[in-house]
Ligand binder design. Structure first.
Ligand SMILES: Cc1ncc(COP(=O)(O)O)c(C=O)c1O
Length: 394
């Protein structure tokens, strides 16, 4: 929190792109992205020349057209907090953040303006942190223990010693959801090397930190088929792809590349050319033999939802809708000529893919197995066994 006092006007936090057309035409402008904003303004004049470009789901402007950036005021701690409050009140995103736990302040807040983490936290400036999620459905946490196990496995791989034991972390997470009063949405939580300094080594960090946030999401589940493209962004090395760390730059760039191509997600291939995963979801297929096939988890994130789907799909084998279930290396050719393709993850649930690059999948319509698996997962979230549904005591 203390580092908040040093925050300038939150330009870098702004969801806005600043475009100065006089810079674009300048021959030396190629190097400009690498200069600080302030230095750029000093070279090319004030913010008056800048035009604010908003991307589709962003609202509100942070920069007053009359403000000269050289006027960045020196704020007291209280003034900075007031600015944070105003920022949260003026910039209404599509998501609502209902509660946050932070081990830094040792408690839960429901004030979005206070949902911040210290700048010197190594998760911020070194990416030294891991995270995980759990969906909240009808006042229950779905697969909390499965996600928590993966979270702690990721922490070991990232060499982060948690500040509390598993039971305490679990209790804090449930209390945070309880304080939020959220009955439908998601819980996200992070374990970080913690604040301390701006070095690379975490040896100067006082204590690892735990953060959790509850996000409301009232949107209905969708089963509409989507298009995917093969990602040109290099896949992470298995050591890092199997760890759910905060280093999601390749995932973000892959998602953006897909969106630029009018697609929902990029599909990564592993270094041997086999199908790997999407940027925040696993991939599965129904082949011509009516088998559900899914890539092994040894080089990718082992998805909690994908594992649950594998279990739930057993009922479809019994009913004869599927002939079998197999984890195997899947070639691109095999994937593209499958009857069905689906994306699986806790955010996506089970999403049919109807086109991969130029190849239409199956008959180009949402497949029946995919649709049935989505229904099974939703049913499991709403009325599954106690091993996957943890009641939140509100
Ligand atoms: C890279 C990656 N793969 C797969 C998944 C799916 O995992 P889960 O079903 O546990 O959400 C995620 C989820 O965030 C992910 O980030």
């Amino acid at each position: 929190m203390a580092s908040l006092l040093f925050l300038p006007e939150p330009v870098s936090h702004s969801p806005l792109k600043l475009v100065d057309h006089s810079l674009v035409s300048n021959a030396s402008s190629r190097n400009l992205p690498f200069l600080g904003l302030r230095q750029r303004f000093l070279q090319h004049g004030s913010i008056h020349k800048m035009r604010i470009v908003r991307t589709s789901n962003q609202s509100g402007g942070l920069i007053d057209s009359k403000t000269d950036l050289s006027d960045a005021p020196l704020l007291s701690g209280l003034e900075a907090l007031e600015k944070l409050k105003a920022y949260r009140e003026n910039i209404k995103g599509q998501q609502q953040f209902l509660a946050m736990y932070s081990s830094i302040f040792g408690g839960i807040t429901t004030d979005p303006a206070a949902m911040v983490i210290p700048m010197d936290d190594h998760m911020v400036h070194r990416g030294h942190g891991v995270f995980d999620t759990a969906a909240i459905m009808d006042g229950y946490l779905y697969e909390l223990d499965q996600h928590l196990d993966r979270f702690l496995r990721s922490a070991i791989r990232a060499k982060i010693d948690p500040p509390f034991d598993r039971g305490s972390i679990r209790r804090i997470l449930i209390q945070t959801v309880s304080a939020s009063k959220c009955r439908k949405g998601s819980l996200r939580y992070w374990l970080s090397a913690g604040p301390g300094d701006f070095q690379l080594s975490p040896s100067g960090c006082h204590q690892s930190s735990l953060y959790a946030i509850v996000i409301q999401d009232l949107s209905p589940f969708t089963s509409r088929g989507v298009k995917v493209v093969t990602s040109s962004v290099p896949i992470k090395h298995p050591q890092f792809a199997t760890t759910k760390s905060v280093n999601y730059l390749p995932n973000v760039v892959s998602k953006m590349e897909a969106e630029e191509a009018g697609a929902f997600a990029g599909i990564w291939l592993d270094n041997d050319g086999f199908v790997a995963e999407g940027p925040n979801m696993n991939v599965a297929f129904v082949n011509k033999e009516k088998e559900l096939i899914m890539p092994h988890f040894d080089k990718i994130l082992s998805g909690c939802t994908a594992k649950r789907v594998l279990t739930l799909a057993e009922s479809l084998v019994k009913e004869g809708m599927l002939q079998g279930i197999r984890m195997k290396n899947v070639t691109v050719e095999e994937g593209k000529k499958a009857d069905e393709m689906m994306l699986i993850g806790s955010g996506t649930l089970v999403r049919p893919v109807v086109q991969w690059d130029d190849q239409v999948i199956g008959d180009g319509k949402e497949g029946p197995v995919t649709q049935t698996l989505l229904n099974l997962i939703i049913e499991d979230m709403k009325s599954g066994p106690p091993t996957v549904r943890i009641p939140v005591p509100y």
